[in-house]
Design a protein around this ligand. Sequence first.
Ligand code: ATP
Ligand code: MG
Length: 354
Amino acid sequence: MKTIVALPGEGIGIEVVEATCDLMVAAGMPVEILTPAQYDRPGSALPEATRQACREADGVLFGAAGPDTAQVIGWLRWGMDAWAGVRPAKFMSGMQSPLADPDGIDCIILRENSEGMYPGREGDLADIKRVLPDLTDMFGRTLGECGDGKFAVKVVTRAAAERIGRFACELALARKARGYPGKVTCVAKSNVLPISDGLFESTIREIVAGHPELSYDYYHVDDAARRAVRYPKTMDVVVCMNQYGDIMSDIIGEVAGGLGVSASGNYGDDGWAYFESCHGSGPDIAGQGIANPTATILSASMMLEHMGLSSEAARLEAAVEQVFREGKTLCRDQGGTATTKQMADAVLAAYQNQ
Ligand code: ATP
Ligand code: MG
């Protein structure tokens, strides 16, 4: 028996996690699901007992974060240093893609989760001007010459670029063994930020060069965004700096089928990881029982794979694929009328028939 800690988060997260957990249990998977106290009151941190349960569990499934659960997701991602964000974008026949011919979109956005712009190191410009008055921009203007304002710091370390580069290569090699092209694409903006983004790009390039069986290409983030819409099928493993990965995964997720079907896993050290849908708490549809559970079910499939339950993981994904192919029991965001529970039940029935 493996243990899973399920943290619903809030809004539709509660509904889709419940549907996904019921499905795993009804399917007879060898898992025990714990749903510990999430927090003492909205907005507060996770109680220590819940943190310990998350550290010890074989799998952690989170629903969706909203304003009251920002601290929960903050702890899961940054508290546990889940530095590799894996966001697959895979079109399944029957999904609502905005493209005319989406068949064959099947890539992974790999987001560096730990640094870049997003840890939110910000402050008053006056403070940094005092320390670095002579720091110049590409036009030769010094910080000291700027007016009043705020700043944000973007940090790129070689160590973090190396570890995400190695992760990208392992992913691409594992996929290549299953018939994928074996390509790592790096996304940054090294023409405008040659020192910081440049370090990220050159480090990834060096790491990939250590694997002659993999190919490598690089696109500036604006070009990569355009390509994600125009040529999504040419992408395999796309490794992005934090903020770019946030944006790229939304773009390509939408191109494949939308927020309702976009899953993710966030991996840290020593085999620890947690899994969550890419969407938020859906305040506009929360409480109605109509949220699409697919994003969370596919996140659970990634979690089962991570836990060593590979056949259950593959079977669950195949069941989702069957439900989309048949197209009879889809939620509203995918053009159907099914409720969350009806769609999850259809996946369960397909799972049992695999
Ligand atoms: P939050 O601040 O919690 O992220 P939000 O307003 O950004 O809230 P999201 O959850 O990110 O809302 O969703 C954006 C849009 O996509 C909303 O209209 C929401 O209803 C829709 N959506 C998101 N997830 C799903 C889902 N699983 N099924 C159906 N629609 C969804
Ligand atoms: Mg949102």
